[in-house]
Ligand binder design. Structure first.
Ligand code: NCD
Length: 307
């Protein structure tokens, strides 16, 4: 088993499948009255969050607690980080406390890679800048597999602000490893040049959402990340929404079985219409629930559990 999960590229098909299978076993526990497993008793998991988060932070905390680990939640606000302490000094503090795993979210791309050289425990990337978010890709893959029965051969459209999306990058890597065919869709200003070649050669790019939808099994909508934009990448929110927003008429272009995903948080009415987000095709709430199982599987396997 790998020691760190810094990038979805750390996962080959066998390892990724093992994580998804283990997540399925963890999900079976969620239905029981007593949801806790004693597996990580006595181990310490630190959640190190330098960026805002709702779902990911809560989900990692729930996952670690369900495995009976001791959980320390650290957020940059209210810590010595606001006094200017560096990531390295914070890492050395965690190291001194004997963290077995550090889950890190950080605005700087590459922060988990640096951290891994300073601590002895496992490092799990919970989102680094615009770079990667591998556990999101795992929970997304898990959701696709549980809804559609497979990942191999699926046609997945990832739509919107690809440029700023760590979710998109990790999903392209993981989904192609697992045999899906990914198409990135969005305005040219929000799709990095040569992104497909850089991430995985089989990935396609399209600027026309309407033409992609009829042959799509999974459409994954991305949040427009205005907090990471210094320039204007499209004329107006209304214009963006008209071309790339998923509303009800557009959703009807999808095949009958297709599902609609979004990692959250959503800009309702911008990239996704409320009636789409709340429709029976939407897996948005399921994704959150699956996040706990997927993260339990990651913690369990990285910290030495057997399949
Ligand atoms: C994503 C993130 O933070 O990268 N959300 C999440 O983890 N559920 C996507 C986003 O912020 O748009």
């Amino acid at each position: 088993m790998i020691k760190h999960l810094r990038s979805a590229a750390d996962l080959d098909a066998d390892t990724a499948t093992l994580i998804l299978d283990t997540a399925a076993e963890m999900a079976a526990l969620a239905g029981r009255e007593v949801k806790k497993l004693p597996t990580l008793r006595g181990r310490t998991v630190v959640n190190l969050f330098y960026e805002d988060s709702t779902r990911t932070r809560i989900s990692f905390e729930a996952a670690a607690k369900r495995l009976s680990a001791d959980v320390i939640n650290f957020s940059a606000k209210g810590s010595s980080v606001s006094k200017g302490e560096s990531l390295k000094d914070t890492a050395l503090t965690l190291q001194a406390m004997g963290a077995d795993a550090v889950v890190i979210r950080h605005p700087a791309s590459g922060a988990p890679h640096r951290l891994a050289s300073w601590v002895d425990g496992s490092v799990i990337n919970a989102g680094d800048g615009t770079h990667e978010h591998p556990t999101q890709a795992l929970l997304d893959a898990y959701t696709m597999r549980s809804r559609l029965g497979r990942i191999d051969g699926l046609k997945v459209a990832i739509v919107g602000d690809v440029l700023h999306s760590r979710v998109a990058r990790s999903n392209v890597l993981l989904l192609t490893t697992l045999g899906a065919q990914v198409t990135l869709v969005g305005p040219p200003t929000l799709i990095p040049i040569d992104v497909a070649a850089a991430l995985s050669p089989g990935t396609k790019v399209s600027y026309d959402l309407d033409s992609v939808l009829p042959a799509t099994d999974v459409v994954m909508m991305l949040r427009v990340q205005t907090e990471r934009m210094q320039d204007s990448y499209f004329p107006s929110a209304r214009e963006y929404s008209r071309r790339y927003g998923l509303d009800a008429p557009r959703m009807r272009k999808l095949p009958e079985h297709a599902i609609v995903m979004h990692p959250g948080p959503m800009n309702r009415g911008m990239e996704i219409a409320p009636e789409v987000a709340d429709s029976s095709r939407s897996t948005i709430v399921e994704q959150v629930a699956n996040g706990v199982s997927a993260r339990m599987a990651v913690l369990y396997l990285l910290l030495g559990g057997k399949a």
